[in-house]
Design a protein around this ligand. Structure first.
Ligand SMILES: [Zn+2]
Length: 54
């Protein structure tokens, strides 16, 4: 079940470029889906990506 959710999230992951843009501009309306993906859905793939970028 958990694995299925992660795979689903992985399919919806924003590009690395958008992920970093969202971190720079968390209130940008165009990046709201990225914020949802990371903060609400808590995608582990993208969270790891953000941590790696530091
Ligand atoms: Zn993701």
């Amino acid at each position: 079940m958990v694995r299925w959710v992660i795979q689903e999230l992985g399919a919806m992951c924003p590009s690395r470029q958008r992920l970093l843009a969202w971190r720079e501009n968390p209130h940008d309306a165009h990046l709201r889906d990225v914020g949802y993906h990371v903060q609400e859905a808590r995608c582990p793939i993208c969270q790891a990506e953000l941590e790696r970028e530091g």
